[in-house]
Write a protein that binds this ligand. Structure first.
Ligand SMILES: [Zn+2]
Length: 250
């Protein structure tokens, strides 16, 4: 889960339409939020990801559900309030179900930065305060098969890539492969890896956390600095990754 910057509500969602459809919902309970312009607007500010678990939900929109942060049955007036709508995968939406977010607040990632309330340890997310703990529990953010295993696979692949990049760099330093082609492979490989932790990438909080907290990353960074290869793009990538990465539990 990462902080999302909500974009303004779609122009198609005029106040008149919102009033008409909200009245219709109150009367009939019909799904008045299933419009392409609403889904497109939500996917736009979440980079096509579930706002809670960061899985991709753009596959023909079949996994996307319009999530009402404050539950629509309890808070009917907000059924089409743009600020109350989030893009969620079926699984997270179903797990959160009819939890009352006003009585027992959890993190709305479009309003609260999750990393101020969540921390990370061995592919599990933990709350660092009450709202963080309740968020983990209500959304079941440590669901083993779907989330923890996925985080492990991602983390393991990242660690492997970091080890490979260190080996390539060692060969370069030792003069075994000291050529431009090798240099480019190291620098571009490092950049490509770090881009997996940018907000636009799936499971970016996991990737950013694993990259920045791995000892192999520190080693690689120090070697590239000593070779004058740690350029402005890498500096900026590290700044960006720090925005999404969780703190480790101590
Ligand atoms: Zn999800």
């Amino acid at each position: 889960m990462i902080k999302l910057n909500r974009t303004p509500k779609p122009a198609e969602l005029t106040s008149e339409l919102q009033d008409t459809l909200t009245a219709e919902f109150k009367l009939t309970g019909k799904s008045v939020w299933n419009f392409d312009f609403i889904k497109k607007g939500l996917l736009g500010f979440s980079n096509d990801k579930c706002c809670y678990c960061e899985a991709n939900i753009n596959e023909e929109s079949k996994y996307l559900e319009v999530e009402h942060f404050h539950h629509k049955d309890e808070y009917k007036d907000e059924v089409l309030e743009w600020d109350n709508l989030l893009p969620s995968c079926k699984k997270c939406n179903g797990t959160k179900n009819n939890h009352d977010t006003k009585l027992e607040p959890i993190i709305d990632p479009s309003k609260i930065d999750p990393k101020n309330h969540l921390k990370y340890w061995r592919y599990r997310i933990k709350g660092s305060d009450d709202i963080g703990k309740l968020t983990v529990s209500v959304l079941n953010l440590n669901e083993q098969d779907r989330l923890v295993k996925k985080r492990f696979e991602i983390g393991n692949a990242i660690q492997e890539k970091l080890e490979q990049l260190n080996e390539l760099t060692d060969d370069y330093i030792n003069g075994i492969q000291k050529n431009t082609r090798r240099k480019n492979r190291i620098v571009n490989g490092t950049k490509g890896l770090m881009k997996e932790g940018l907000p636009s990438a799936i499971y970016s909080a996991t990737s950013a956390t694993v990259i920045l907290t791995d000892l192999e990353y520190d080693k690689l960074k120090n070697k590239l600095i000593s070779l004058n290869l740690w350029d402005m793009e890498l500096i900026q990538l590290e700044i960006d990754l720090n925005k999404t990465a969780f703190k480790l539990e101590k």
